[in-house]
Design a protein around this ligand. Structure first.
Ligand SMILES: Nc1ncnc2c1ncn2[C@@H]1O[C@H](COP(=O)(O)OP(=O)(O)OP(=O)(O)O)[C@@H](O)[C@H]1O
Ligand SMILES: [Mg+2]
Length: 218
């Protein structure tokens, strides 16, 4: 993914991101840090095509993201897995159905979908919660369901917004290992986090956002 002089403002509000230029190499693993309100979630929204930039250009999967048809945008979005800061689980579906959803949306059916979802829920430590509804889960549990859902489609790009913000240290490390496994099989990973301890523990390059501008630390 490449950003060329990208700006972002919401409506007629102030500029949140200013002149961001960087290249996220395919297959890389990148942290994004910065103080609360710096614009991390906003930058991720540009990356997962939930908001257009107000200036500059974004290239994703070797295609300029501008003037694309709805179908082309949808096809791009299907290659992206997102862990939202606020989880966004579907309330009336069980954990296993939430996790299976990305595969069902693209027409996959049957036992293998369930088995896949089950395996991921076990991986994130939710063996006992397969049939629970999101409302009955703690925030850390919801976060783990949302991670399982984001990775089940083996996305080309995984974008995670504070994915370890609601779990304890050991769980956080375990989740990071899951992201690393995914990265090893080719997924490009970007993780926004406040957690400097996590950033220090894993040696991946860091993009640091401050007052709407980016610095890159290798
Ligand atoms: N939909 C929106 N409309 C208007 N302003 C917004 C919107 N979303 C975010 N902002 C503003 O953009 C700025 C950056 O917010 P953003 O959520 O991207 O920060 P963040 O770095 O993710 O913060 P945190 O670490 O608290 O999650 C803030 O000043 C926020 O008020
Ligand atoms: Mg945020």
């Amino acid at each position: 993914m490449r950003f060329r002089a990208v700006d972002l403002r919401y409506g007629s509000g102030p500029e949140i991101l200013r002149g961001l230029s960087f290249h996220l190499m395919s297959g890389s693993f990148q942290f994004l840090t910065g103080p609360s309100g710096a614009g991390k979630t906003s930058l991720l929204k540009l990356m997962y095509l939930a908001h257009p930039p107000s200036g500059g250009a974004i290239e994703l999967f070797d295609q300029v993201v501008k003037g694309l048809s709805r179908d082309q945008m949808a096809a791009m979005r299907r290659r992206i897995g997102v862990v939202f800061q606020d989880f966004r689980l579907i309330d009336h579906l069980s954990c296993i159905d939430n996790v299976s959803l990305p595969l069902r949306i693209v027409g996959e059916e049957g036992k293998s979908v369930n088995a896949n979802a089950r395996e991921l829920l076990e991986w994130v430590g939710l063996d006992g919660k397969m049939n629970s509804k999101p409302a009955t889960l703690s925030d850390g549990e919801k976060q783990r369901v949302s991670i399982a859902r984001a990775v089940i489609g083996r996305p080309d790009l995984l974008i995670a917004d504070e994915p370890t913000g609601n779990v304890d240290g050991d769980q956080g490390v375990r989740l990071m290992r899951l992201f690393e496994e995914l990265n090893k099989i080719g997924t490009t990973v970007i993780i926004a986090t406040h957690d400097e301890g996590m950033v220090a523990r894993f040696s991946h390059p860091v993009l640091r956002l401050k007052e709407g501008c980016l610095t890159r630390i290798q």
